[in-house]
Each structure stands twice: as structure tokens, then as C-alpha cells.
Write a protein that binds this ligand. Structure first.
Ligand code: NDP
Length: 257
């Protein structure tokens, strides 16, 4: 994959550091500090309403992506506007639809998670949108016919479908209640405990391919860094909680992890 970015620039080194931080975060989360929200919440932590937490922490993405782009560029390049739209569509769901589908009445989310997610979203959105604003001349209309775009878009869409379907299965497990956990079945749950997290990772890998850009590669790394340790933690939790949990099921990668 060709990475369209000026090497040796300040931005380039910031981005490499950002990827380095993702790798450190991944190792840290895997070994020392697992997720502390949802089923793994520490009730002693200072927290706010779960639904409001999701709404507040994801809101900066939809607002800041166009804002950061248009303060740095006035170019309405259709390819870049398409990239920005995909990003915003994903987050419109995460901000305005997903939190209101959750059946987590009375549930809290630690304020630390909300603040760290806001900080992450601001940095990540800035790095991606700043990049887009600086490379408008590099993406012409033919990009839509390039193998990068076609393959990346297919991967992105596949990830989005897996993520959405799996979240829907999980949410529907609480059709008759607002708390408690059941063993999820159907679709990719046959093979893994957390297909929603796998779908999210596939989505952002697809985005990195279709944009062919280093900040989007960084985002894909960050998504893995956050979600692979969480999926492994969920998987161990399921096996401990349910004695009849399907033995052949893996955490996040069918047959492997
Ligand atoms: P989870 O799978 O932990 O939970 C999703 C929802 O389903 C929660 O409301 C949860 O309730 C409920 N749920 C999960 N399992 C069960 C079960 N067995 N029985 C009943 N209810 C269940 O997902 P996350 O909260 O970690 O993430 C939500 C979405 O956000 C996912 O699509 C994920 O991919 C995405 N995400 C993306 C990140 C990124 O870096 N890009 C980071 C984090 C999340 P409860 O809260 O009570 O456990």
C-alpha cells in the first residue's frame, strides 16, 4: 500500500508516535488494565448515566470531522468528502442511534472512560481530517475506480454489517429486561464471543485501505488496541459465568484467538 504523506514532516512524526502509543496501549490493556465499563465496571468509580456517556463521548467525532477539515481547506474534493461522509455516517449511528437502542437502564459508565474517549476522539479526528485537508490534490475522481478504494469499501461495508448485526443480537438479548446477561447465538457468534468488536476492527481496516492513508492506518491500530483486549476479557468472563458456554468458540478471531 502506498502511503500518501510527506515524510520527515512534524505531522508524520506525530502520527508515528500516535501509532506507537496505540501499540503501547494494546500491550498495557492486554496485560495490566482491562476494560472497566459495561460488565467489567468497578462500581466504586465515579460514573454517569451509560446512555448519556456514549452520546457525549462520541459526539465530538461528527462535529469535529467537518470542522477541522473546513478550517484547514476550502476544497470540496468529492473523494475526500466521500471519506468524511463514511466516517460521519458511522458516528451518526454511534451518537444518535446506538445509545438509544441500548437496554441498560440504571447502568453507569465511568467518567474516566468518557473523558479518555473524548480525548481520543478529538486527537484521532483531528489527525485524519488535517491529513485530508492537506492532500486534496492527491485524490482525483479516478480514486473511486482504484483497487484500493473498491477493496477498502467492500471491507469497510462488510465490517459495518458485522458490527451492526452483532450489536443488534446483543441488544435483543434484553428484550424483556434491562440488565442481566445471556449467551448470544447466531451469525458470527457461532465462532467468536465478540463479532461486534471484530466488525468494528474490519470496518476501520477497510477505511485505511480505501483512503490509503497513514492516519487511518493509525485509527485501525487504535481500534485493535482497544477492542482485542476487551474481546479477550469478555470471552474469559463468558466462560467463567456460563458452564455451558460453547467450548469451540474463540474470543475475536474464528479458530485462532
Ligand atoms: P459490548 O459487547 O460490551 O456491549 C454492547 C451492548 O450489548 C451493551 O449494552 C451490553 O450491555 C449488551 N450486551 C453485551 N453482551 C451481552 C449479553 N451477553 N447479554 C445481554 N446483553 C449484552 O460492546 P461495547 O460496549 O464494548 O461496545 C459497543 C459498540 O461500540 C461496539 O459496536 C464496539 O465495536 C464499539 N466500540 C468501538 C470502539 C473503537 O475503538 N472504535 C471502542 C469501544 C466500543 P452492558 O453494557 O450492560 O454490558
Amino acid at each position: 500500500m502506498e502511503l500518501i504523506i510527506e515524510q520527515n514532516s512534524f505531522y508524520y512524526y506525530i502520527l508515528l508516535s500516535w501509532i506507537g502509543l496505540a501499540i503501547i496501549t494494546f500491550i498495557y490493556l492486554l496485560i495490566f488494565k482491562p476494560s472497566t465499563y459495561g460488565r467489567h465496571i468497578n462500581n466504586a468509580s465515579i460514573s454517569i448515566n451509560n446512555r448519556s456517556g456514549w452520546f457525549i463521548m462520541e459526539l465530538p467525532t461528527v462535529v469535529l470531522m467537518p470542522y477541522f477539515y473546513f478550517i484547514n481547506s476550502t476544497d470540496c474534493n468529492p473523494v475526500i468528502l466521500f471519506f468524511i461522509s463514511l466516517y460521519i455516517i458511522h458516528y451518526l449511528n454511534r451518537v444518535f442511534v446506538f445509545p438509544f437502542r441500548l437496554r441498560t437502564r440504571g447502568k453507569k459508565i465511568p467518567i474516566l472512560i468518557v473523558f479518555s474517549a473524548i480525548l481520543f476522539n478529538i486527537c484521532n479526528t483531528y489527525l485524519i481530517s488535517y491529513y485530508f485537508s492537506q492532500v486534496t490534490s492527491l485524490y482525483d475522481i479516478n480514486w473511486f475506480y482504484s483497487p484500493y478504494f473498491i477493496i477498502g469499501f467492500i471491507v469497510f461495508s462488510l465490517g459495518a454489517v458485522i458490527n451492526h448485526q452483532s450489536d443488534t443480537i446483543l441488544i435483543s438479548l434484553r428484550k424483556h429486561s434491562t440488565h442481566g446477561y445471556k449467551i448470544p447465538y447466531g451469525r458470527l457468534f457461532k465462532y467468536i464471543s465478540c463479532p461486534n468488536h471484530l466488525g468494528e476492527i474490519i470496518e476501520w481496516i477497510g477505511f485505511a485501505i480505501l483512503t490509503c492513508s497513514l492516519p487511518c492506518v493509525a485509527f485501525a491500530f487504535w481500534t485493535m488496541a482497544n477492542l482485542v483486549p476487551r474481546a479477550i476479557q469478555h470471552h474469559h468472563w463468558y466462560k467463567k459465568k456460563f458452564t455451558n458456554y460453547p467450548q469451540e468458540r474463540k474470543a475475536i478471531l474464528p479458530y485462532l484467538i
